[in-house]
Design a protein around this ligand. Structure first.
Ligand SMILES: [Zn+2]
Length: 249
């Protein structure tokens, strides 16, 4: 990918709006290009400034006095107790409007992030089976699978073997979701494959546990001990729930 292509995608990348393939090509490029990397860091810094409200400033006493004097001059009721109330109620409306807008925007942003994540989880699952690349390490031994992730991730995913309970661990794979490399553990039940994606919880992410179905796949999500878990398969909801229950134990 060229610098020009990368620059075009940087904004969407920083906002977490790219799909897995797009994110991966941006990351590959910035690993070799200092100029695009610094462009990305600038965007990130700007985004966090806006998020933390660091760009907000308080009006100086001088400015406040000037504004109040201008209002008083333009308003015959200025100075009376009534004026104080009007001022306060106008301010209250502004506060309410700002709060509503912020709430709606946050809600909208969260729900679009959720939709994107659901879609990416389904694509990762489908791709893992289509590309004949379901595992990078093939083993039903959790003592082989778990250490394989060491050095590839900055956390250690659990690799629970559930062969005895009818869900055979067949291996693990490195995948890319939620703008980061994540662990995918693969289980098999008769001819059905199950992907379990695991990564550490971010503070802003969806923390509500739940179950949903997308494009014919069943998905179960939960968080436990600081990790977020996404279990996906074409297996029926009852058996997938059983698998989730065993994994949570
Ligand atoms: Zn570049």
């Amino acid at each position: 990918m060229t610098c020009k292509d990368t620059r075009n995608l940087l904004n969407a990348y920083v906002d977490g709006e790219l799909d897995s393939a797009g994110s991966l090509s941006v990351e590959n490029h910035v690993q070799q290009c200092a100029s695009c990397l610094s462009g990305m860091e600038n965007l990130r810094a700007l985004a966090s400034l806006i998020e933390n409200g660091a760009l907000r400033f308080n009006a100086s006493r001088h400015l406040k006095r000037n504004v109040q004097a201008a209002i008083r001059a333009a308003n015959p009721g200025a100075g009376s107790p009534l004026f104080g109330w009007r001022w306060a109620s106008a301010l209250a409306s502004v506060v309410v409007i700002v709060a509503l807008t912020w709430g709606v925007t946050t809600q909208w942003r969260r729900s679009s992030e959720e939709t994107l994540l659901f879609n990416n989880i389904v694509s990762s699952h489908v791709r893992s089976m289509m590309a004949n690349h379901i595992t990078d390490v093939s083993s039903s031994d959790s003592h082989t699978v778990k250490p394989w992730f060491g050095g590839k991730l900055d956390y250690s995913p659990p690799a629970k073997d559930l062969t005895g309970q009818g869900f055979r661990l067949i291996g693990g794979r490195l995948d890319y979701l939620d703008n980061r490399p994540v662990a995918a553990l693969v289980y098999q039940r008769s001819q059905h494959f199950i992907n379990l994606f695991v990564w550490p919880v971010r503070t802003t992410e969806i923390t509500q546990d739940g179950q949903l179905s997308r494009q014919g796949y069943n998905i179960i999500h939960w968080t436990q001990s600081g990790m977020t878990y996404w279990l996906i398969s074409d297996l029926n909801p009852a058996e997938l729930s059983e698998c989730a229950r065993l994994l949570k134990e």
